[in-house]
Design a protein around this ligand. Structure first.
Ligand code: MN
Length: 268
């Protein structure tokens, strides 16, 4: 009987001792694991701040269709009501639904912002990467796009963006000409953008399909949709005419809110 109890006590003490050893070694093991796989240096793109709104990123848990900030027919100076309704209620809505569908098996990815997914597409599993790229991009691009237009829009740019456009492109007219020419020259579907580049300069770029400039480390200040669904009902194949009329609804106060310097962007 005494022998049985002695064995039990020895077993009990050994268990406690082993537990203490494991607990006390754990920090060492974690430290070793960290030092053997150093954290990769974040790229410029990864450290990019929210771009969906001037001060807020786009949630993916779940992605939601933002309401249009005006009536379908309010942008008649450039875009007809039927195009706006289809564009927002059908096209943008399907990007939102498809993004949620792609992420439904990946709760960890849903916790990231849409921006964070798009700046680090390589970290998205390969089987959903194209779907996230196209539909996450579509959701982000259209969320930005609706804000860039207003029924009271158009006219000459105001504020700091006006000065910087003049300094960079010579004049507003020269900028418009260059922006429209880049948009007309983009083959197929895509977007034309005014971005801030890593040298803190304004630059006009185009992207294919629903790619957003943040994937290339560029901060989108404003952009226009070059997909036929953005203009075909009213303008048919006349993309240049649509690009020209679009300036009649451009929301310069909102573009000024998005026109952040690289210093401000890095502080976020
Ligand atoms: Mn579109």
């Amino acid at each position: 009987m005494i022998r049985v109890w002695r064995e039990r006590i020895v077993f009990f003490l050994t268990t406690i001792l082993l537990t203490i050893l494991v607990i006390s070694y754990e920090p060492v093991l974690i430290a070793e694991a960290q030092s053997s796989t150093p954290t990769p240096t974040p790229t410029a793109a990864r450290s990019f701040p929210p771009v969906a709104y001037p001060n807020r990123s786009l949630s993916a848990s779940p992605a939601q269709l933002p309401p249009l900030p005006y009536a379908y027919g309010a942008l008649g100076k450039a875009i007809d009501a039927e195009t706006m309704k289809l564009h927002h209620d059908a096209h943008h809505a399907s990007y939102v639904n498809n993004l949620n569908d792609a992420l439904k098996q990946y709760p960890d990815l849903q916790k990231r912002s849409v921006e964070a997914l798009l700046v680090d597409l390589n970290s998205v599993p390969e089987n959903i990467r194209a779907k996230v790229r196209n539909n996450g991009g579509g959701h982000l691009n259209h969320t930005i796009f609706w804000q860039l237009m207003s029924p009271e829009g158009g006219g000459q740019p105001s504020g700091a963006i006006a000065q910087e456009i003049n300094q960079t492109f010579g004049s507003f007219d020269a900028f418009k000409k260059q922006f429209n020419a880049a948009g007309a020259a983009r083959f197929g579907s895509g977007w034309v953008w005014l971005v801030r580049n890593p040298q803190n300069q304004l630059q006009i770029v185009t992207t294919a399909n629903q790619d957003n400039p943040i994937t290339d480390g560029l901060y989108p200040i404003m952009g226009n949709d070059l997909w036929e669904h953005a203009y075909y009902l009213k303008y048919r194949n006349r993309r240049a005419e649509y690009l020209n009329n679009w300036w009649n609804v451009v929301n310069w106060p909102q573009i000024n809110r998005r026109n952040l310097s690289l210093g401000t962007l890095r502080e976020r």
